[in-house]
Design a protein around this ligand. Structure first.
Ligand SMILES: Nc1ncnc2c1ncn2[C@@H]1O[C@H](COP(=O)(O)OP(=O)(O)OP(=O)(O)O)[C@@H](O)[C@H]1O
Ligand code: SF4
Ligand SMILES: [Mg+2]
Length: 345
């Protein structure tokens, strides 16, 4: 790859869908990078463009009835302009995906073992016996008890958490360099969620893959991510190291996400304080700042918030980008004096 280029580099990615009601701007100018061995969390509410971003990286929208532009470099190869054949190869050899619903990725009529064996044999010229041994090993590695017996179970014989582990085994069987997990734990209870995230973290370290974790819940990436990109209305509104996002976030929307994070130290009913209002239409984003109809600090920008779209600009820390008209000093002061004390109360 060219000097200085990251393992995965996304530049000004736009994915638009023309519809009868207008153009849906699902992803509108996204830029980020990720190295092998590192984890990026992409966080935002429903409909903010997270899954479309991940499918774009997988080349799903190339040559379709959608408009994709910008650049996606994976290990020195560009995906947006690549042929369908090249994209298919890249997807098979270098990327794997973990979904929210393992049943959607697994065939109900074949045993779990059979599916892992087949996934392995697509890329490895080995006998079924050798592949089966590998499948049993992988199931053991992801924490399935008695893997030599469970390998012959069908997906419905596994619990939700075990199915998720089996899907991780299937995703990792070909040693992918880029692993994308889209809401991997949403359907699971909190304890199992934590176990699955720990497992992904351990396996990632072992395989040295680049990992993208997509979630609406900042809590899921708190322990795991090196960097966090917060999306709102198809755009990045804050992008920084995870430490920065959790210790000195500067965007009012990120503050809202932090406030709506489930907390282990509270009873379930006290945990969630959703952000008031609803996500914007991606056909007609609100004028000015897309978050302005929901932002309690809007009047502090002297009318700018509802008239001029803010750019993504450098904030307080190094490599900290924020899309908000408020001066960085004011955001930092608001965080320290008003927002953080409220979240900790
Ligand atoms: N093929 C398509 N045609 C038109 N609009 C689409 C298409 N695919 C996605 N969209 C729209 O793009 C927007 C972003 O969708 P996306 O699935 O990326 O959201 P998300 O952030 O993953 O949300 P969730 O948290 O609910 O999974 C949505 O408004 C969706 O309706
Ligand atoms: S630009 Fe204004 S409306 Fe938008 S997030 Fe910042 S303060 Fe709120
Ligand atoms: Mg999604």
């Amino acid at each position: 790859m060219p000097d200085g280029q990251a393992f995965l580099e996304v530049k000004d990615l736009k994915i638009h869908f023309p519809t009868d009601d207008g153009v849906v701007r699902s992803v509108d100018g996204l830029t980020f990078k990720l190295e092998r061995g590192k984890t990026l969390g992409i966080v935002g509410e429903s409909g903010s463009g997270k899954s479309v971003t991940s499918l774009g990286i997988r080349g799903i929208y190339n040559h379709r009835n959608s408009k994709i532009s910008g650049e996606i470099w994976l290990d020195g190869k560009e995906i947006v302009s690549a042929s369908q054949d090249d994209v298919r190869k890249l997807r098979g050899n270098q990327m794997a995906m973990i979904f929210q619903d393992p049943l959607s990725a697994m065939h109900p009529y074949y045993t779990v073992g059979h599916q892992i064996v087949e996934a392995y044999r697509v890329h490895h010229n080995v006998s079924k016996k050798v592949a089966r041994k590998h499948a049993v090993d992988m199931l053991g590695r992801v924490g399935i008890p008695q893997p030599d017996r469970r390998v012959d179970d069908y997906p419905h014989q596994f619990s939700g958490g075990m199915r998720q582990r089996a899907m991780i085994a299937m995703a990792l069987v070909n040693d992918p360099q880029l692993l994308i997990a889209d809401e991997p734990t949403t359907a699971l209870d909190v304890t199992v969620q934590a176990q699955i995230m720990d497992l992904m973290h351990d396996l990632q370290a072992e395989f040295n893959s680049a990992l993208i974790v997509i979630t609406h819940d900042l809590g899921v990436v708190a322990e795991l991510a090196d960097d966090v990109l917060v999306m709102y209305g198809g755009r990045c509104i804050e992008y920084a190291s995870a430490a920065t996002i959790f210790e000195r976030p500067e965007h009012p929307y990120t503050w809202g996400l932090l406030g709506s994070m489930p907390r282990m130290d509270r009873p379930v009913q006290e945990r969630l304080v959703p952000i008031a209002g609803s996500p914007p239409s991606l056909i007609n984003l609100p004028k000015g700042c897309a978050f302005s109809p929901r932002c309690v600090y809007e009047e502090r920008t002297g009318g700018l918030g509802t008239t001029v779209a803010p750019e993504l600009t450098r904030a307080g820390g190094t490599n900290h980008l924020v899309r908000c008209h408020l001066p960085t000093e004011e955001r930092q002061r608001l965080w320290v004096e008003e927002v953080k004390p409220k979240l900790e109360a």
